[in-house]
Design a protein around this ligand. Structure first.
Ligand SMILES: NC(=O)c1ccc[n+]([C@@H]2O[C@H](COP(=O)([O-])OP(=O)(O)OC[C@H]3O[C@@H](n4cnc5c(N)ncnc54)[C@H](O)[C@@H]3O)[C@@H](O)[C@H]2O)c1
Length: 308
């Protein structure tokens, strides 16, 4: 099987590439830029270009059996600044991708959506796939709209697609821009000797999934005949204060975070119900938060050493 990974040089995409190779697939990547934290892999075919460019996309799709779409030009916190750019860069480009898949008779697609944003403010705990979708960011609205176009393509033209609504992936190769991913941000800050900040009282709860578990569900979905939308998370919540403690244990550094005013857009708690994905794919997350944070810290330290 030859798989095109769109966004394969990103944080999650790079781990999907690893898991695909481990499963014996041939891999081509389409990305705007090389990986930030490692050299190009010898057995991966890299196409550097923009997936919103139909010609570059067409070239990248030539000869592949399946597509894993894990590119996004926005994150939740930036998407509201320019929703038009969000719609153009993500929704329109993905609708164009769907048309090309149909024209090229490529039937299998796995798409990374977002369990943290498509549902909006949760009405139940944990949140299952049947929860109403009322996103409160452009990012979530665009993800939700893409899901619906994928569904339309399945119904009308026989696409065989899986949408994975990822919770909060963390782990090695998570960047340190500080705009997404509290665990990565905390570890990078500690490696630079900086103090950590907590918005609010630290009681906000999120569902954190180790990135290798996330990559594994992507590959399981790719090889499955199942279709539809599936939550992809740990199925358990951890508060920011629990993250702070896990980081303290993993790093062995004693620090006192600075508590700041809470942010209006942080919903108090969101945890995903992952039973549907477990049943469908015979998959389950394997890495505990403590183990995952420890692995992530080892990686951050190796990067800091290499930079010195
Ligand atoms: N990281 C998270 O917390 C999280 C949570 C839920 C869902 N997701 C989704 O998972 C997917 C992967 O996220 P990530 O954290 O690995 O992001 P990332 O930014 O690390 O990786 C995305 C990759 O896509 C590439 N890319 C973006 N726009 C492109 C374009 N127009 N053409 C070609 N390449 C392009 C980027 O260069 C980057 O390498 C995204 O769809 C994201 O919305 C991420």
């Amino acid at each position: 099987m030859k798989v095109l990974v769109i966004g394969g040089c990103g944080f999650i995409g790079s781990h999907i590439v690893d898991s695909l190779q481990a499963a014996g697939a041939a891999v081509r990547v389409l990305d705007r830029r090389p990986e930030a934290f490692r050299e190009q892999l010898p057995d991966v075919e890299y196409n550097f270009g923009d997936f919103s460019d139909p010609f570059q996309l067409l070239e990248a799709l030539e000869g592949v059996d399946a597509v894993m779409h894990c590119a996004s030009t926005t994150v939740p916190s930036t998407s509201n600044v320019d929703p038009v750019a969000d719609i153009t860069g993500n929704l329109i480009s993905t609708v164009r991708l769907l048309k090309l898949l149909r024209q090229m008779n490529i039937k299998k697609l796995v798409y990374l959506s977002s369990g943290g944003t498509v549902y909006g403010i949760p009405q139940v705990d944990p949140v299952s796939e049947d929860h109403p979708q009322n996103p409160i960011s452009s990012y979530g609205i665009v993800k939700s709209a893409i899901e619906k176009y994928i569904y339309m393509e399945e119904q009308l033209h026989g696409l065989n697609a899986v949408v994975l609504r990822a919770s909060n992936p963390y782990g090695p190769r998570q960047g340190h821009t500080g705009i997404q991913g509290i665990i990565g941000t905390y570890l990078w800050k500690l490696s630079r000797g900086e103090n950590l900040e907590v918005w609010g009282d630290g009681s906000v709860v999120r569902d954190f999934i180790y990135v290798k578990d996330m990559a594994d569900i992507c590959v399981a979905a790719l090889h499955s005949e199942k279709r539809g939308c599936f939550n992809a998370g740990a199925g358990e919540g951890a508060s920011v204060n629990e993250i702070v403690e896990a980081v303290r244990v993993a790093t062995g550094i004693d620090f006192q975070p600075t508590y700041k005013a809470s942010r209006a857009y942080d919903v108090p708690r969101i945890v995903l119900d992952i039973d549907r994905a477990k049943d469908a794919f015979g998959w389950a997350p394997k890495v505990s938060l403590v183990e995952g944070v420890a692995e992530s810290w080892k990686w951050v330290q190796s990067q800091s050493r290499a930079a010195r």
